[in-house]
Design a protein. Structure first.
Lengths: 378, 938
């Protein structure tokens, strides 16, 4: 019997590894220059973002301002970029048009005179998008207690003119949505009706899909993408509640630019810590001219681009899993709201009762939306 | 009759005499006859005692103060010791008795106090301890004392050969077997020495020795660790046989006998050899009480591991796949259970193991770094016996006995977890719904056909299954068998022929995500024939030669979607076939008495055979699928690529003094298969891969020098060894390579260079109640992964430390036996943290957060420190009992230190937070019960 008790006590230890917060205290790699540039054969303007790397425990976009930035082509034509926002450098309209087959190089000079340049990058012939479709699917996620469902996007390209092509897809998604509640009253010591309850109720939000999708066709039988899975839009957010649109930019990039993104992807997708893969340093295509030892991060990419925008309506009869705001019908709570936090917001529920609601639940601009309907929206 | 009831010392002595003689009746005849020569004449009494005790392994018991100063007189040459003593002591009024087992009691016959005076017995280090034990265990001795000590000295001259046969000869050879007197088993590594000339030979695994000398009279001294020395007077007339039985020292079973041969360290030409036997494995505290020979090996200098749950280990800076594990010639390709928590060998079924770190004998080939040669225990040919144990994790059982008494024996062992049952009782749903179990089994049959032929049949199997609730399912297994025929052509020429086969299989199912659920499997088959010959040419040359051939068949398995819902693309992997053969010859050449050379050459041939699709790549461009220029399809069994290469072994030893030597060695080896692994530690799903037309054999050169010294009659060994090793064509994996889905492995590999160097200090106390070792190693292992021809590299072509590069390592192992029933064992481990690649910065590309890592292995985890302790309590020491039990209480990581196994990072609310993971982050106590049939010493 004693032995049994012992066994019982011992076994959990086997699997209960001990995990603790740990700060390796690495400070050697901060404030490295980061380049994020894209030049393509579509219409400009083109943007180069310059920033500094941030510590791992406090990620931030730290703009690198006051650089001299220019793009030079293989004919020697040079185009300067101007800093439109801190760290964001753009070409003036129609000053530069990326051309297929032409090679480009990015030149940077920092405010204290350090010179940086990229490798030569060629704009490859773009490949057309054959079809994009979305399929309603159920995925699995062990961290959630429901099965995520939603639209999975797939893309098929036309066949590339060369033996092989490296594809890179960038998706910019826009969705129409409503706030959880209408803003019917405000409270600043006393309740008064809000003049136009619809003003902050209806928005459109736009975001870049935060995933990297790349495909190298070199070991495929044909240089094309066939039903290649892109992003998955689940009903865990409001994206599909009204109308959803995504702008797909299909780019043909150089093998080196493909490798850069592929390597970043392989580092992101690894989470097996008992038998962890060896992480490694990913090197971009920017060097410091005077000091090749200085690490510069990021990539200046040249691409042949084709785009397509697709729209999706709200899928009928499906469940949404986003958390709706809590509406507090106990109005005595108003008395506890300090003056400094006025005005407080109130809504009229469907059953005609009044409820206290936080700003984010009534003002869709607080959720990343804009009130103006985008031009492309039908 | 208890000790304190005695009131006369002679009464006590008589009691002791009774007990001793009751047990050792058979020896009594010989002991009474012990003859002392005239060379002891006129020695002072103290000196005489010292000399006689030393020469004959006997003991005197007397009260020093009561004896006057006097000198021993020996007036005749053929007197027995008893007679000599009586003659000398009678005039002084003392009586002399002996118990027939080598204990001589001198007393004056006067009534004495009722208990021992503190200084009653001559106080000498070893004697004192035994005296104390005598008192403690008196009551048990009543039942029957069997733990007596005795000595043996054969006084009659043994005539070897005949005058007629040796008439024309100057020299003659004496040869024979050394066996244990209790069970007739051969004693390997016993030392047989001609006292007068210093000429000596060690017995081989079958206990065989052979020595050549000029005809004449000699004293032959035979000794082996844990056994009483025997001396023979021999008269060598012509070639002849002398078989020798050695008696076990009664305490042998509990002694931590670290090496099987006392003189090995200093006198052998071999370097970098570590030998451990089952006893030491069983003494060292283990995780969950699960005795583990690999964990014990990690306490030796130059052997390290990446982390606590990695199945492989690293010898002198080499990756884990450069070690060959074999148990009775069956190679084992995965030596761990439960992903590396435990090793796959049941220590009850193991006799001993040898690790060769540098002077790898020429008979072994195919691995660059080390040979881990495990010998399974041979069954007891005398009588049936069984033993087993229960630990928190497993239950194990070994049964053995004669098939034909004293001729052939069997041993079968089985070990299995019952962890599934335990897991079910745990509330945590992830554990509750998990399954993890493993088992292993051995069977060892040995048949002595006649004096010259022995047959051994051995099988081994192990299996593992884990179905974790997180959605992964792993199973893997080893299965192997060997058939060994040992044959002796003559006293000088012997051979072993063997057939061995080994199979390693794993299957992995990952269904964490429905859409990416996959399964894959792998199967490796190793079939080997070998023949090894040993020719003792003359007293200066011992030649070893032979050949072996291994046929490898690897089913690389397919990467398949787990079910219809999975979106995983099917990936097909072709099978591989290879034939590795080797032909070798080696000579141990004794140049002078002090200078010995051992040289060997091994000629390897490796053929890689179809069917196979082989790609060619554009010259000078990276080996990636984009650069494939041509495809060739080879038919079944057609030769694709052939490699031949030559291994060299060279070592030399110079004896500076009788117990101090210096050695130097050079080794060149080749390896034709390796593990495909891009993980930091070996994962149970790593596949083996043969060298092929793109991946060249790895070649390793190692140069080492060493200094060896034994102190205090060989009981203390000190050594220093330094080495430099260089491996060319070292396989390294390209950044981000994923061999699960990469159908063209060569595109994920860069062959570079591994440099490793270090110095190892070792101090070992091998015998006594207090024994153990301490070692310190300083070493480095640096990799350069760069291919000039294709322009490919890892870490931008810069050298970086290997994952197992841990510069400082300190190990301390201490065993202390308080009494025969109670012993303690402890060890302490310190090593530098392993190198690690940290995330160092965050940056943004197109709005996506990207983590930047440091240069490869630029940083280091915090150091590793651990203390373990165990207490072993034996059951009573009665002679007549059905079974004997013992309890082992052990605590792993006594200080509960959170040693960092790995550091990883999680994205929490947009911030990357570091975590450290400790595998055994707290104190782990455990209790193990062991039992066996028969008494303590059986």
């Amino acid at each position: 019997m004693r032995t049994k008790i012992f066994l019982f006590l011992m076994i959990p230890l086997l699997f209960a590894g001990c995990e603790e917060k740990f700060d390796p205290g690495v400070a050697d790699y901060q404030n490295l220059l980061v380049v994020d540039g894209l030049l393509h054969n579509g219409t400009g303007p083109y943007t180069v973002k310059l920033s500094y790397s941030s510590p791992v425990d406090n990620p931030l976009f730290i703009p690198a301002g006051f650089f001299h930035v220019k793009i030079v082509d293989d004919l020697g034509v040079s185009t300067a970029l101007t800093e439109s926002e801190p760290g964001i450098y753009t070409t003036a309209d129609s000053r530069l048009q990326g051309e297929t087959g032409r090679k480009y190089k990015l030149y940077l000079t920092s405010p204290n005179g350090n010179k940086y340049e990229s490798d030569w990058e060629e704009i490859h012939q773009e490949v057309g998008i054959d079809s994009v479709y979305a399929q309603y699917e159920y995925h699995s996620d062990p961290d959630l207690n429901h099965t995520p469902e939603g639209y999975q996007f797939y893309i098929s390209s036309e066949t590339a003119p060369d033996d092989s092509a490296c594809f890179y897809w960038n998706m910019v998604e826009t969705w129409e949505f409503f706030s959880d509640y209408t803003l019917d009253f405000t409270y600043s010591g006393y309740i008064e009706p809000f003049p136009n309850p619809d003003t902050v109720y209806h928005c459109w939000a736009t975001e870049v899909v935060p995933q990297i999708f790349v495909l190298n066709t070199s070991n495929l039988s044909q240089p094309k993408a066939t039903n290649f899975p892109l992003h998955f839009v689940s009903t865990d957010t409001k994206r599909l509640t009204v109308k959803y649109s995504v702008l797909i930019q299909q780019m043909v990039i150089s093998p080196a630019a493909w490798k850069y993104r592929d390597q970043i992807n392989s580092l992101i997708s690894d989470d097996n810590f008992l038998f962890a893969s060896q992480p490694f340093q990913v090197k971009g295509n920017i060097q410091c001219v005077e000091n090749p030892e200085e690490q510069v991060l990021g990539y200046f990419t040249a691409a042949g681009i084709s785009t397509r925008r697709v729209f999706l309506d709200r899928p009928p009869g499906v469940s949404f899993y986003y958390v709706k705001c809590y509406a507090d019908t106990d109005l005595r709570g108003l008395g506890f709201i300090p003056h400094t936090a006025w005005p407080a917001y109130l809504t009229l529920l469907d059953n005609g009762r009044m409820a206290i609601i936080s700003e984010i639940c009534v003002d869709c601009t607080q959720n990343g939306g804009v009130l103006n309907k985008p031009d492309f929206w039908p | 009759m208890k000790l304190h009831n005695l009131n006369r010392i002679d009464g006590l002595i008589l009691t002791l005499v009774c007990i001793f003689s009751a047990i050792s009746v058979s020896f009594a005849q010989q002991k009474g006859d012990l003859i002392v020569g005239r060379q002891y004449h006129d020695l002072k009494w103290e000196n005489f005692v010292r000399q006689i005790e030393n020469d004959f392994h006997i003991k005197f018991f007397y009260q020093p103060d009561s004896l006057p100063d006097f000198r021993i007189k020996i007036l005749q040459s053929s007197l027995t010791l008893q007679e000599v003593l009586r003659q000398n002591f009678k005039p002084l009024g003392f009586q002399v008795e002996n118990d027939g087992s080598g204990n001589y009691f001198i007393f004056n016959g006067q009534p004495m106090q009722t208990s021992f005076a503190d200084d009653f017995f001559v106080v000498r280090d070893t004697l004192k301890v035994e005296t104390v034990q005598l008192q403690n265990q008196q009551d048990e001795k009543q039942e029957g004392q069997y733990l007596n000590t005795f000595s043996d000295y054969i006084t009659k001259t043994v005539i070897i050969g005949s005058k007629r046969q040796g008439f024309n000869l100057v020299k003659a050879t004496v040869s024979g077997y050394v066996t244990g007197s209790e069970n007739g088993k051969p004693i390997g590594q016993a030392m047989v020495k001609v006292e007068e000339t210093g000429n000596h030979a060690a017995t081989d695994d079958q206990g065989f020795y052979s020595l050549s000398e000029k005809k004449g009279k000699y004293t032959l001294v035979v000794n082996s660790m844990g056994r009483f020395e025997k001396k023979y007077r021999i008269e060598l007339l012509s070639d002849g046989k002398l078989d020798i039985n050695l008696d076990a020292q009664a305490f042998m079973l509990e002694e931590a006998v670290i090496t099987s041969n006392r003189h090995h360290n200093v006198k052998s030409t071999q370097m970098g050899v570590e030998k451990l036997n089952a006893m030491i494995i069983n003494e060292i505290p283990a995780v969950m009480g699960e005795k583990d020979l690999i964990k014990v090996a990690l306490l030796l200098p130059g052997i390290q591991t990446v982390g606590e749950v990695s199945s492989g280990f690293n010898v002198r800076g080499s990756p884990a796949d450069q070690n060959l594990f074999s148990i009775n010639q069956v190679p084992i390709y995965n030596v761990s259970h439960l992903f590396g928590f435990f090793s796959a060998f049941n220590t009850d079924a193991i006799n001993d193991f040898d690790v060769y770190k540098s002077s790898i004998p020429a008979m072994y080939g195919g691995r660059l770094s080390s040979i881990f040669d495990i010998s399974a225990r041979q069954g007891n040919a005398g009588k049936f016996s069984a033993r087993g144990g229960i630990s928190p994790v497993t239950a194990r059982m070994v049964a053995e006995g004669p098939i034909i008494r004293n001729k052939s024996s069997y041993l079968v062992g089985f070990r299995s977890t019952y962890s599934d049952w335990v897991l079910k009782n745990i509330k945590d749903p992830d554990i509750h719904n998990s399954q993890a179990n493993f088992a292993d089994a051995v069977a060892n049959f040995s048949f002595t056909l006649d004096k010259n032929n022995q047959l051994k049949v051995f099988t081994y199997g192990s299996r593992d299954y884990a179905n974790l609730a997180i959605g992964t399912e792993n199973r893997y297994s080893n299965a192997g068998a060997s058939l060994i025929w040992q044959h002796r052509f003559s006293s000088k020429h012997s051979a072993a022929f063997s057939l061995a086969s080994s199979n390693y299989f794993f299957e992995e199912i990952n269904k964490e995500q429905v859409s990416t659920a996959y399964k894959q499997s792998f199967n490796l088959n190793h079939s080997e024939f070998r023949s090894d010959f040993n020719l003792a040419l003359n007293e200066k040359h011992t030649i070893k030669y032979g050949l072996n051939a291994v046929l490898y068949h690897l089913k690389q398995g397919d990467f398949l979607p787990y079910n219809d819902e999975s979106l995983v693309m099917r990936k097909s992997f072709e099978s591989e076939q290879g034939l590795e053969s080797g032909l070798y010859a080696a000579d141990d050449f004794m140049v002078t008495r002090n200078f010995e050379i051992s040289a060997g050459i091994r000629w390897n041939m490796f053929g890689y055979f179809g069917p196979k699709t082989v790609f060619s790549y554009q010259e000078g461009l990276p080996v990636i699928s984009e650069n494939i220029s041509d495809t060739t399809i080879y038919k079944n069994n057609s030769l694709i690529k052939n490699y031949t290469n030559v291994d060299l072994r060279l070592s030399a030893k110079y004896m500076i003094t009788e117990d101090m030597s210096a050695k130097i060695s050079y080794n060149r080896l080749h390896q034709h298969l390796f593990l495909l692994s891009n993980t930091i530690t070996i994962s149970p799903t790593d596949k083996w891969k043969l060298c092929d037309s793109h991946l060249k054999p790895m070649a390793g050169d190692q140069f080492s020098v060493g200094w060896y010294k034994n102190f205090l009659g060989n009981s203390l060994e000190a050594s220093v060894e330094a080495y430099y090793k260089k491996v060319t064509n070292q396989v390294d994996y390209k950044d981000g390579a994923n061999f699960r889905i990469n159908e063209i492995p060569e595109t994920g590999i860069i062959q570079g260079e591994l440099s490793a160097w270090g110095i190892e200090f070792m101090l070992k106390k091998k015998i006594g109640n207090f024994n153990g070792w301490i070692n310190y190693t300083w070493s480095r292992a640096i990799i350069l992964a760069k291919n000039e021809a294709t322009g490919e590299s890892n870490n931008f072509g810069k050298r970086y430390p290997a994952n197992h590069d841990k510069p400082h390592a300190l190990n301390l192992v201490l065993n202390y036996k308080l009494t025969k029933r109670l012993s303690f064992s402890g060890n302490m481990v310190y090593n530098s943290g392993r190198p690690v690649t940290y995330p160092t910065a965050i940056y943004y590309q197109n709005g996506i957060e990207v983590t930047q890592f440091s240069a490869r292995n630029e940083y280091r985890l915090p150091g590793y420190f651990r203390v373990d302790l165990s207490v072993n309590v034996e059951g009573n020491l009665k002679k007549k009992k059905f079974a004997h039990g013992s309890w082992t209480f052990s605590v792993y990581n006594l200080l509960g230190r959170n040693n960092v196994y790995s550091v990883y990072f999680r994205n929490e609310n947009g911030n990357i937070t570091g975590y450290k993971l400790a595998i055994f982050g707290s104190m782990i106590p455990s209790v193990t019960y062991n039992f066996k049939l028969g008494n303590y010493a059986d």
